[in-house]
Design a protein around this ligand. Sequence first.
Ligand code: BGC
Length: 257
Amino acid sequence: MTTKATRAVGVDIGGTGIKGALVDLEAGELLSDRVKVATPVGAEPADVLAAVRQVLDTLGVTDRHDVPLGVAFPAIVKHGRTLSAANVADTWIGFEAEKFFEDGLGREIHFANDADVAGIAEVQFGAAHGVDGLTILTTLGTGIGTALLYNGVLIPNAELGHLQRAEKKKDFEGVAAYSAMERESLSWPEWAGRLQAYYDHLEFLFSPDLFVVGGGVSKHADEFLPLLKLNTPIVPARHRNNAGIIGAAALALQDAH
Ligand code: BGC
């Protein structure tokens, strides 16, 4: 008798860090410690591949081809190709990224946008579970990632971090990502003012039913979410910054069946 696999590895490649863990997809929880390495400067494909291999080595799963592997990446991903590069090298634009990782790692992987997989994790195991209508998940990190989920179904590759502030012709990501707060040493209220403008705009455009906020800073949600005045409920991602790892693993397991 074979038992259905319930474990997979998730690797979440970000503009600043590459994180991975073994995930239990019955519980939607990490089974191992979370391993993190810095994203190599310049984030060229060969260097990112080496860093992903380092994460897998540390987890001791490099040769565990029986355990599905999901990899999340901070760019538009269509049919395994990366089509944009906001916080990584331009080499990724139009690049056969999934094949590159599969050849480099000598195994099959499942490859998707980082915010989209965080959305999948929050629908399956977190704040967006069972929510009717439109949930917009935003990840506030090096960039701003977004996932649109309608009645629990993902509409992939929404790039709403690149909406522009009309008066400045500048992406919201450039002024309202967590990296902008760090770079400009903003206070929580100063940063929240920028987030207010961003979420107001999203609310006007989409009339969502729920906002979910992920990314590393979501562990400090108490510092900034109460400062926002919106008509739409806004809550932190239940899995905080691990949502990408869990969602990448969930995608891999789902595709493996
Ligand atoms: C990218 C998105 C990504 C987000 C978060 C943005 O700059 O364009 O694809 O989801 O950063 O990493």
